[in-house]
Design a binder for this molecule. Structure first.
Ligand SMILES: [Zn+2]
Length: 178
């Protein structure tokens, strides 16, 4: 079985030292190639071919195995993180129009938490399921139900609202804000 590491704000932790909401990620082995000088062991400079920066000899390839954390998307990462604290289940995701339109509808707790896929958790809302208005550029709106009790707002070039059913939403909001 692959080893598990805990990821939080761009850093890997062991299980013992991981913050409570750190995201469990599997470490996957990948093969990488580096070019080394056969004489002095320096790493190659590439321009236009792999040459040693010290003695100029032509470098040779060496395969090495690197362990890197697996890539998971925002919704999977947050579900794993929340499940470490209490029972959590994904209820869905919806793309929203940019902030201006929906901010007045909720009291979002503003955050800035980096996620493993490069997106950012920019806000959370904990409370009863409720209806949310979604706006469009042409001026029309639709209303849809936010079914869970914890909504996570993620920015990944677009604003996405990820909805979870969790046992202790207030506790999660508190931990995320800490
Ligand atoms: Zn060399």
């Amino acid at each position: 079985m692959a080893e598990v590491a805990y990821w939080w704000r761009g850093r890997l932790h062991s299980e013992r030292e991981a913050p409570q909401l750190a995201i469990p990620l599997k470490l996957v082995k990948i093969e990488a190639v580096e070019w080394l000088c056969p004489r002095c062991g320096e790493r190659a400079e590439w321009s236009p071919e792999p040459r040693c920066p010290r003695c100029g000899a032509r470098c040779e390839p060496r395969t090495l195995v690197e362990e890197v954390p697996e890539l998971v998307d925002a919704i999977e990462a947050l579900e794993r993180a929340f499940n470490r604290v209490c029972k959590a289940r994904v209820r869905g995701a919806v793309l929203l129009e940019p902030f201006g339109i929906f901010v007045p509808l909720f009291t979002w707790k503003l955050l800035d938490v980096e996620l493993p896929d490069g997106s950012r958790l920019v806000g959370v809302y904990a409370g009863k399921p409720r209806f949310l208005k979604r706006g469009f550029h042409n001026g029309s709106t639709t209303t849809f139900e936010l079914p869970g009790n914890l909504a996570a707002i993620v920015w990944s070039g677009a604003v996405e609202c990820l909805v979870f059913e969790v046992e202790e939403p207030e506790k999660l909001v508190e931990l995320l804000s800490g």
